[in-house]
Design a protein around this ligand. Structure first.
Ligand code: FES
Length: 263
């Protein structure tokens, strides 16, 4: 049932709608899928990170990205950057980088939209009311820290270099399915990182004339193409990270052998 209410400012009346939303499509499906997907991934990653085992295949130098760089005594030969971290159960082997990657994803513009909708219902979808009475935006604590995303992007770039190094080191043992999986994961991680909105601004922002900056224009064009696929890359890289980790865990646990193309 609708009545009319005055609209501030223009003196005209508009419908006052008592229904929560007039949408009749399955608007709840996307936030539900997001909720299930992110919850499943975070659960898997948390279990793996605190397992402290099955992260390294010494024969082929495969290191799972969840443990890279590996920096405790438990790492053994996987410790390519030293072992400055103590062996606490609550301290992941990659405790230097995992928090930075977490911040990078948490402050990502796409993930913000995804988890604001799916977890915080703020709002769950377009033309659906917010699940909360008040809204303070991202200008106050704690959400003001979302603005640190650019710095997390720099850290993610360095971590992508480390992941690339892991793939190079593994490559020195020959070529197996594990190498292919590591490289696909690294390339997609680079694509996700470079498709970041901050990267697009860094390459092409604050310029008045692209014609005077042809190199930056080329980078900006490339990044813009990736940027158009940012959401897809965000999800695909969650999948490749989990798949890479699972494959290496299976090898390390002797569930199966690596398929070797060149020994
Ligand atoms: Fe998503 Fe930067 S906006 S990683």
């Amino acid at each position: 049932m609708t009545t009319t209410a005055s609209r501030p400012g223009d003196g005209k009346a508009r419908a006052a709608i008592s229904a929560r939303t007039l949408r009749t499509d399955r608007w709840w499906l996307a936030p539900l899928v997001t909720f299930i997907g992110l919850t499943s991934w975070v659960t898997y990653a948390t279990v793996r990170v605190f397992m402290h085992d099955f992260f390294w295949v010494g024969e082929y130098h495969y290191l799972t990205p969840f443990y890279s760089p590996c920096m405790t005594d438990r790492c053994g030969d996987a410790a390519m950057f030293g072992t400055p971290l103590p062996n606490f159960f609550l301290l992941p082997e990659a405790a230097f980088t995992l928090p930075l990657l977490l911040i990078f994803r948490l402050t990502c513009y796409y993930y913000r939209k995804a988890y604001y909708r799916a977890f915080w219902l703020s709002p769950p979808a377009c033309a659906v009311p917010d699940g909360h009475k008040t809204y303070s935006g991202e200008t106050r604590f704690p959400l003001i820290f979302q603005n640190a995303h650019r710095y997390a992007f720099y850290a993610a770039g360095i971590i992508s270099v480390i992941n690339t190094w892991d793939a190079v080191v593994a490559q020195t043992t020959g070529l197996g399915l594990g190498n292919v999986i590591l490289w696909v994961n690294v390339i997609l991680l680079w694509a996700y990182t470079l498709s970041c909105h901050c990267c697009r601004h860094i390459t092409g922002g604050r310029l008045k004339h692209f014609s005077k900056h042809p190199v930056r224009y080329r980078f900006w064009t490339l990044v813009s193409k990736l940027n158009a696929r940012h959401m897809q890359l965000a999800w695909i890289t969650l999948g490749t990270l989990a798949l890479t980790d699972f494959y290496i865990m299976g090898l390390a646990a002797d569930w199966y052998s690596d398929l070797r193309f060149i020994s």
